[in-house]
Design a protein around this ligand. Structure first.
Ligand SMILES: [Zn+2]
Length: 330
């Protein structure tokens, strides 16, 4: 079958095939991902249940997010409003002018993305961890607050990475790219899905979350020996076979290499904590050695277990009919 790149008209029609009251009909890809990506749907359901509201209404916070999203996180957490850009109208107007236009990769590069999956995951972790050992009344110091925010970031990174496993088809990948920091076109994703199957959800989730947590603290590479010992200690009491430890190591490497770029980490995390007045508290973590007993006493291990349980992915199977159109090249 000859494959053609998809037209704008077809793209919009596919996106509109899956309307749902909890999905955002004015956000390109949101309805499609809500219907077809089990993790995307789970995160939306959880964040709405917690009382957070996605909004494309222009407000000061919306403008701040639009101009400098990385520094708006605490405003989102406090206001419980998730800003996003109402971007479907733009494509609809363009489709009226040129319905057979084939945007291809230009859409991923030049069109305004939304990041509701990532920001929602931040909110869920912030709320849930406060009910599980990180409640604000026991923030003994700003250090605990910094730790909470680091765990939230690690959870957001983890859920985006794991949700990308469900972006199997070209249409899934395109619409996921438009709603995520993760590009599911990257070849390492072919490895992610079998790795999660081999380790099981809870363990794969834990390995990803602890890796992202450590990566956000250490701007450089994780020492191979330290990360290996740490990851294996996180894999519970189950006997660790060579094959299993190889999968864990590959997952750690995948998160390190593909999940978060070194430049992004070294520029954003310290700058963010400096912005919210917690530079010193953050720098204390950067100097710590994260042996398993340290992680235990800080509550990191139990926090990760709580988040793994909340977002149990064992039933995140992709079940749907697939039409030929979904197989078009983009
Ligand atoms: Zn984030």
């Amino acid at each position: 079958m000859e494959q053609k790149t998809i037209t704008l008209e077809t793209l919009l029609r596919m996106d509109e095939e899956f309307p749902h009251e909890l999905a955002l009909s004015d956000c390109v890809g949101d309805s499609y991902l809500y219907a077809n990506n089990a993790i995307y749907r789970k995160i939306r359901n959880l964040v709405l249940d917690l009382g957070f509201t996605p909004s494309s209404q222009i407000s000061e916070m919306w403008l701040d997010y639009n101009a400098f999203s990385l520094l708006t996180l605490t405003d989102i957490l406090e206001s419980r409003v998730l800003p996003y850009c109402s971007n479907k109208g733009t494509l609809q107007r363009m489709a009226r002018r040129s319905p057979q236009w084939r945007p291809g990769a230009l859409l991923v590069r030049s069109f305004r993305h939304n990041y509701l999956l990532h920001e929602s995951a931040h909110c869920i972790a912030y709320d849930h961890l406060q009910k599980n050992g990180f409640e604000s009344s026991t923030w003994r110091s700003r250090e605990t607050y910094v730790l909470l925010l680091l765990l939230c970031e690690a959870y957001a990174n983890t859920m985006e990475r794991l949700a990308s496993i469900h972006a199997l088809l070209p249409m899934d990948k395109l619409l996921f790219s438009l709603n995520s920091w993760v590009n599911p076109g990257d070849s390492s994703l072919q490895f992610l899905s079998p790795a999660v199957r081999a380790l099981g959800w809870s363990e794969a989730f834990s390995v990803c979350m602890i890796t992202f947590f450590l990566l956000n603290i250490h701007s450089g590479d994780l020492p191979q020996s330290a990360s290996r010992a740490l990851m294996l200690s996180f894999c519970g009491s189950e006997e660790v076979t060579d094959a299993r430890s190889a999968v864990v190591n590959m997952l750690v490497t995948d998160c390190s290499v593909s999940g978060l770029s070194k430049t992004f980490r070294s520029e954003t995390t310290p700058a963010f904590f400096q912005y919210i007045g917690c530079a010193e508290h953050f720098s204390k973590y950067t100097k710590m050695t994260f042996e398993p007993n340290v992680l235990e006493s800080l509550g990191v291990r139990s926090a990760i277990a709580a988040m793994a349980e909340l977002t149990d992915g064992n039933d995140f199977e992709c079940k749907r009919e697939r039409s030929d159109e979904l197989y078009c090249q983009l």
